[in-house]
Design a protein around this ligand. Sequence first.
Ligand SMILES: [Fe+2]
Length: 314
Amino acid sequence: MSKDISLVIEPLNNVGVEVSGLDINQPISNELKSQLHAIWLAHGIVVFRDQSDITPESLIEFSRIFGPLEMHPLKATTSAEYPELFVLENGGETDKFNTAYYDGEAIVNRLIWHMDLHYTGKPNRGAILSAVHIAEEDGQTGFGDLAKAYKALPEYLKNKIADLEVAYTFEMQRIKWRFADNSGYEPGPFSPKKPADVGFPDFPDAVYPMVVTHPETGDKILEIVEQFLNRVIEPEKIGMTHAEADQLLHELVEHIRKPEFHYWHDWRIGDMVLWDNWRAMHCTTGTRTGIKRLINRTTIEGSHTLGRQLAASE
Ligand SMILES: [Fe+2]
């Protein structure tokens, strides 16, 4: 019997699957690679536990199964030795720039629902996170399935949004994200105010169909995330006022916040989480100040432009 059929696939809470029976330090046959690729496409969020030794090399090699890897544009946070690795660190030198207040408590690196590189119109294809150092508390990563969120929409909403487009405005200050829940939020004294503060260029608005057809699976994806969400493009085309369009976005944001579309990962050493960034959003709870947490991440390059950059005249 082929070793390749030893994978066991079990559903996670609500969305995604956990795959066991895999050791990333053993040779992975082409058959097993296609099986893993198919699992990723079918489920969008894939957890692997209990890997004995995840080295940068083994993580990078494993990640290549899912496509060519991308070097992240924020060079300062990639590993000098392994440019394919993006290092997410809490409890280090960059904490003060990533600290904000939530109900008066200082939290490092909390991020609301987003998709990576969404603001460029060409999101990453996917990514893998692997825990190097676990926070003693908090530090969870949330994943949300926007294919499932689309399917669960009532028919009248599916019809209403079918031909609409939505604009995302790249903006460093969370208080300016129009659909973030900012109750209890206060920026920290070193929170970046403009992209140049963290070495980013400015980006024009990115516009997406509100329902994106996934280029590989054909699934319909509800292209709504909280981060940078700004407005509906020309709602008057379907007889909607701008106020009604904002109300619609609030309704859709409430929808994607429903726990039934979410899986929360509590990290253990030996874990890897792979997701489809064309389908799944993610977020992090962050940690209290002074807590050490280190996650390595590889990024699978986006091969399709799913959105478009808005021309200045629009
Ligand atoms: Fe992210």
